[in-house]
Design a protein. Sequence first.
Length: 126
Amino acid sequence: MKGTIKLANPIPVNGKTLAELQYNTDEITGALFCEAEAKYRSASGSKNVNIAPAAEFDYGLHLHLGFAACIAAAPEIDFADFTRIHGSDIVKFMEVGRNFILKSESSDQNNSDEPTENTAAPSTPA
């Protein structure tokens, strides 16, 4: 999924002040995902432990995956640039990362009122 994050608090990146950042979750590679996780663990002070929360509830990972989606869209941006993100802008990046993890950004669901092939018949009479 591609999109734009409009920043309430613009940040300097490579000598320019950016008020919006493009993102593309479809371009997040395995290596970029792992880098986002490593940056998250480093920023949070987490040690290399085997116990991890479910990805659906790992808000710090969501944040860093949002950053990764921006890096995927604009490789000239680095994780270090995101240390200047603050305020309500943090939530915008978390939403991108959360949607990537939960796959809620694509609409693969059948919105039809028609029953699907595997829909069981009601077990009680109407």
